[in-house]
Design a protein around this ligand. Structure first.
Ligand code: ADP
Ligand code: MG
Length: 686
């Protein structure tokens, strides 16, 4: 149960004075639903205003507060266009106050001949000075705009000032909370207590220290939750699954394992032979051969009489893994099945039965495979491929659900800098496949302006004529699946005109599953030469004969995404090429990203640079992936504070494993504050 002291913070925003359904609706658009959301909706900067007796040209571009007397009103001539009210200052300068809508309101606010205090940004428009949509107050009545005002991320229906007031109300409602941070740390950095730090972060957006404390709180809650998860998983006993080598010996692989694959497979076998459940993260760049390692682990489980489940992030990948595993395992008597959202009716029933009675050894699927209705006879190993959609909270659930938790292997091709590994996988042991299978040549990457699209299509023509296959990835359009799909459809239409309908396939996220599969299958078989796609093909898709990757609008993709996309090629023996087509308008960081892609194929280097290039102020790409992300902590906070928070949390648990003492209790409050409620359930009792 959440401590009572936090209740005012978890009340809905409507609990605040003056917040009705209308304001609540606007707040909801910003994701602000409860008082605590408002508290942590911190300003990103502040406006500085000059209070001046009269205007001079030096003030152009600045925010000013000045007394003006309206002298003339000019309504728009045709009924459209802005309303302009001319006003003069104390020295006789004339300035236009411009309103694009609501002329009646403007007139009322600025009656001719009456002095008003006006504030806004002074701009020069030709010879004319103007302020667009100024704030207006009557001298002596009500406060003037502040000389400094924090600036909040806004949405329609909410002014900055209103948000500031709401934040102040939320702060008033906030209790003083007991200190959960190690006292020596608080003293070292001179951190103030939680509530004053929050107040300061709202008042002084540019001050670093209060925000850092708040970021630390969040990182600390996260590390503590992960440690509790690890402890609780480690306390549980599970069935050792050493395997007897019967199936792995029978396996006929077309190639030798790389040294790295052998080493990692050994580490996993060692873990699985224990009574303590495995918690292992397997990192390996795209194409390094993680699937095979997972398969060996699953065979150990099956040899020991247990079942294994393999979770893929997308339908396409689940089908692909299913096909691969079936191809290699059916002949040695392993019973492999698939379960996704698409298996329905009888087919689904049959799989559920097979899992319950143990006649299925190995299940591949999407998140459907860990739903409540899916009961395994004896689940011994869970493999999570391409983790980023299977976050901490899901891992918590999986571990909390099972009385005898399965051994857990999480695989990722997204190279994660070490500090981020700590905050995302702090509870896990880490293995890395740091070597590519032999015979791969690095993908040659070129950046081309979209003015040369014609040449790219000619190049594609030659590539297809020579028997090659290619991906063509279409850009993200305003982040919406719908318009992504439209862009991809249009590109496919154009390419089909040139290469024929039967040579160009199309997949995007809005297509039905079976349709997508059919297209993927035709591409994998070589029937289709080119596959036009949105980023649905980003993760894991494996078609070795495809050696050309074309990415349109490449500047709009993030580095990790580009690296993933490029990883779709360079999987066979042939030389592979990646063409990054860029638009005319390149931001500084867009340019830097493309340059880096051209320069290196090293996923870890790209990940580190990615972290750096995001720069201060940008949140880690966690939120959009649905992971319980960080609301205050920024990339640089994590880099700086994750290890400290980890050590602090370890120390606390060593001294007070049940979190029963005063600091332990405070730490519990911190876990609830950041909604790591599930972790509290894992605290050792007694
Ligand atoms: P990822 O780590 O990205 O999941 P995959 O498991 O899909 O990589 O493997 C990429 C490709 O490399 C596959 O076509 C796979 O068959 C092949 N492969 C894996 N291991 C080896 C190996 N030891 N030698 C040669 N090819 C391999
Ligand atoms: Mg893979």
């Amino acid at each position: 149960m959440r401590p009572e002291i936090l209740n005012p913070l978890f009340a809905e925003v409507e609990a605040l004075a003056g917040v009705g359904p209308q304001v609540a609706k606007s707040l909801k658009r910003l994701g602000l639903i409860r008082v605590i959301d408002l508290l942590y909706h911190l300003p990103t900067g502040s406006i500085e205003r000059l209070r001046v007796p009269s205007l001079t040209s030096e003030m152009i571009g600045r925010n000013v507060i000045v007394d003006l007397t309206p002298i003339d009103l000019r309504a728009p001539r045709s009924g459209r266009g802005p309303t302009r009210i001319f006003a003069s200052d104390a020295t006789g300068n004339t300035i236009a106050l411009v309103y694009f809508n609501n002329p009646g309101w403007a007139k009322k606010q600025l009656p001719l001949g009456d002095k008003r205090t006006v504030s806004g940004k002074l701009e020069a428009y030709g010879d004319e000075w103007q302020i667009i949509h100024p704030d207006v107050t009557e001298p002596g009545k009500g406060p003037e705009p502040a000389l400094r005002e924090p600036v909040y991320p806004l949405t329609e229906g909410l002014t900055n000032r209103r948000l500031g007031e709401l934040a102040a109300l939320a702060l008033e409602r906030s209790p003083d909370l007991p200190e959960w941070i190690e006292p020596s740390l608080v003293a070292r950095d001179g951190w103030r207590a939680w509530r004053p730090a929050l107040g300061e972060a709202h008042r002084e957006p540019t001050a670093d220290e209060p925000r850092r404390r708040l970021a630390y709180d969040e990182i600390f809650a996260n590390q503590l939750a992960l440690l509790l998860l690890r402890q609780s998983a480690r306390r549980k006993k599970t069935t050792p699954l050493a395997g007897d080598g019967r199936l792995t010996d029978a396996l006929r692989l077309p190639y030798e394992l790389t040294i790295a694959q052998q080493r990692v497979a050994g580490e996993i076998r060692g873990d699985m032979a224990q009574e303590r459940p495995m918690l292992r993260l397997l990192q390996g760049d795209v194409g390094s051969g993680k699937t095979l390692v997972a398969m060996l682990a699953m065979l150990s489980a099956v040899e020991s009489g247990a079942q294994a489940a393999f979770l893929a992030p997308t339908e396409i990948l689940a089908r692909q893994h299913h096909a691969t595993l079936l191809g290699q395992l059916d002949s040695i008597g392993v019973r492999v099945a698939i379960l996704t959202g698409r298996e329905k009716g009888k087919a689904r029933e049959a799989v559920l039965m097979g899992l319950a009675d143990g006649s299925i050894d190995l299940l591949v699927g999407t998140h459907a495979i860990f739903q409540d209705k899916v009961a395994y006879k004896n689940l011994g190993l869970a493999v999570i491929d391409e983790q980023h959609r299977f976050g901490v909270s899901q891992r918590l659930l999986l571990s909390a659900k099972a009385g005898r938790p399965p051994h857990l292997l999480v695989m990722t091709a997204t190279p994660i800098p070490r500090t981020l590994t700590l905050t995302q996988y702090g509870e896990m042991d880490v293995s890395a496949i740091d070597e590519m299978p032999p015979g791969r040549s690095p993908v040659a990457t070129r950046v081309i302006s979209d003015e040369r699209l014609g040449e790219v299509v000619d190049g594609l023509d030659r590539h297809l004529a020579g028997g090659g296959q290619a991906f063509w990835v279409c850009p993200l359009v305003e982040e919406s699946e719908k318009s992504d799909a439209a862009a991809a459809e249009e590109r496919a239409r154009v390419l089909r005109l040139r290469f024929g309908d039967d040579r160009v396939g199309l997949v995007h996220g809005r297509m039905k599953g079976p349709e997508k599969d059919a297209v993927m299958a035709r591409f994998a078989s070589g029937e289709l030469g080119a596959l036009v796609a949105t980023t649905v093909i980003e993760v894991g898709v494996d078609v070795p004969n495809a050696t050309l990757m074309i990415v349109e609008g490449a500047e709009r993709f993030g580095l990790a995404q580009l690296h993933q996309l490029r990883g779709r090629v360079g999987r066979g023996a042939g030389k592979s090429i990646c063409l990054l087509i860029r638009g005319q308008q390149l931001s500084e960081s867009g340019r830097a990203r493309l340059a880096l892609m051209r320069e290196t194929n090293d996923g870890f280097r790209i990940a580190e640079e990615d972290l750096r290039l995001r720069g201060p102020g940008e949140i880690l790409g966690l939120r959009q992936s649905g992971e319980a992300g960080f609301r205050v902590a920024r990339a640089e906070d994590i880099v700086e504070l994750a290890q400290v928070a980890q050590d602090d949390a370890v120390l606390l648990l060593e001294r007070d494993g049940g979190l029963a003492g005063p600091r332990g209790q405070a730490a519990r409050t911190c876990l609830y504050l950041f909604e790591r409620d599930q972790a509290v359930g894992l605290i050792r009792s007694g």
